[in-house]
Design a protein around this ligand. Sequence first.
Ligand code: HEC
Length: 136
Amino acid sequence: MKLVQLKNRCRRTRPLTSTNIVVLSIIAIITAIVSCSKDQAAEPNPEPPPESVTVENVSYTNFARTLFESKCSSCHVAGASASGKWTFSGYTSVKNNAATIKNVVLENRTMPLGGSLTSQERELLAAWFTRNTPEN
Ligand code: HEC
């Protein structure tokens, strides 16, 4: 008998009024907005993984710059031994001498003097010239 009374008491909840529904919805929306902005603050957008360089997307920024820096700059930056022949000082210095650079690296293969390019570097560099030396 006692148990039945208890059950009845539990069932007797007040029905939701429309005001209650509106208030609850507003709270829910605010909670959602706050938790979303918190998430963004806690996790700053991670850097996208570096795209792999292919003959389709090869550029100065993703490939050629590093190549000139590592294989040419020892002799060709301002003040270095061969800077009189060509001074490497960034994209424009390559762009303005593209035909000669292509010639000595890919055709005559006299550069890099005393060094070499891997077949992959050669392929990507050739593709970069074919693509008209894009910077990005
Ligand atoms: C070990 C030093 C050294 C390295 C490394 C080197 N060069 Fe040279 N480069 C020279 C020298 C020395 C000359 C002048 C050669 C000559 O006149 O016969 C030269 C000449 C040049 C010229 C002028 C060619 C002409 O006909 O006017 C270009 C362009 C050039 N190099 C590009 C490059 C590029 C691109 C790289 C890297 C892939 C490179 N060099 C790496 C020493 C180097």
